[in-house]
Design a binder for this molecule. Structure first.
Ligand code: PLP
Length: 339
């Protein structure tokens, strides 16, 4: 039986229709700019986000790294959330490959970087300091879409201080769909944005980095250096095109399933739902042993990533019946047992 895998939205497998789109994709050598499917995906992504240009990259990590390398030079600095993916979960790549220093700032509870905190973190122009060049936002941040009113505020700080603004939009379309906003309206406030095709959108591989024509020209150069020139990548871009055409609007189903999951879990004594937005639900165990729960769930065909606070993620391969079954498995663990 297929497990109900709530560990991440990265676990989705390409659908039969997506596999067909991949198999039928026209290809060429993308390093020569001759892969028509990659070119089409890049054109579609740029148009969806209303940016001048886009670049197909291997992963979200590669997209963020390339963006940092294109925006910042050696000895420059970027400001990012202390729990931001591009600071905490990308191996320090910007420091390793670019000599770029991070300046972490605490995320606010709503996933923003407070304008005043960012402003206080910007280094004065002085030989003692690294040169602050860039602010990095994350959207969604732990499932939370950044409030629409926040973006012009941080944008105006960036303009006033001569900084660039990058958005790690790994789950940008989850934000756009949940806020009922065009993705371009969100992307309009930032200089560059990276969007994952391989998460909720269900493609097996890839991200698109979007920005101005000059920025993308620079990014393309860095992508080649980072080993990201992928030749007949149209096989993969075909999946990305299919995802953009067919898997954006349906993200609302994942959000509804996450709400259903949160409602089911809220009713269980011994579990506290600490956050539930877009396709993510965070639950904290008040007393039970996390390892025992994880084991019990696994026996019941439900995969989670353990710990006292668990992040449960809904996606393309999870339907309503799966949610009901998962809630039942949680209930069985907590009911009639002495935890
Ligand atoms: C997953 C993720 C990334 C990186 O994407 P990969 O394709 O796994 O490298 C970047 N930022 C955020 C917020 C993510 O969730």
């Amino acid at each position: 039986m297929k497990p109900i895998d709530l560990r991440s939205d990265t676990v989705t497998r390409p659908t039969a229709a997506m596999r067909l789109a991949m198999a039928e994709a026209e290809v060429g050598d993308d390093v020569f700019g001759e892969d028509p499917t990659v070119n089409r995906l890049e054109g579609m992504a740029a148009e969806l986000l209303a940016k001048e240009a886009a670049l197909f990259v291997a992963s979200g990590t590669q997209g963020n790294l390339i963006a940092l390398l294109a925006h910042c030079g050696r000895g420059d600095e970027y400001i990012a959330g202390s729990m931001a993916h591009c600071y905490r979960w990308e191996g320090g790549g910007a420091a390793v490959f670019g000599g770029i220093q991070p300046q972490p700032v605490e995320f606010e509870p709503d996933g923003t970087l407070a304008v005043a905190r960012v402003e206080a973190a910007i280094k004065p122009v002085d030989d003692h300091y690294a040169r602050t060049r860039l602010i990095c936002l994350e959207n969604t941040q732990a499932g939370k879409p950044l409030p629409a009113a926040y973006l012009p505020e941080i944008r105006s700080l960036a303009l006033r201080c001569g900084l660039r603004l990058h958005m790690d939009g790994a789950r940008l379309f989850n934000a756009a769909v949940s806020q009922n906003l065009p993705a371009a309206t969100i992307a309009d406030h930032v200089d560059s944005i990276n969007v994952c095709l391989s998460k909720g959108l269900g493609a097996p591989v890839g991200s698109v980095l979007c920005g101005s024509r000059d920025f993308i020209r620079e990014a393309r150069h860095w992508r080649k250096m980072a080993g990201g020139g992928m030749r007949q990548a149209g096989m993969l871009a075909g999946a990305g095109i299919y995802a953009l055409q067919h898997h954006i609007e349906r993200l609302s189903e994942d959000h509804a399933n996450a709400t259903l999951l949160a409602e089911g879990l809220t009713a269980i004594e011994g579990l506290e739902v600490t956050s539930a937005q877009t396709n993510m639900v965070f639950v904290t165990l008040t007393a039970a042993d996390p390892a025992a729960l994880e084991f019990h769930l696994k026996q019941s065909g439900v995969l989670v990533r353990g710990g006292r606070t668990m992040r449960l993620v809904t996606h393309l391969d999870i339907d309503r019946a799966d949610i009901e079954q998962a809630v039942a498995a949680f209930c069985a663990f907590f009911s009639g047992r002495d935890h």
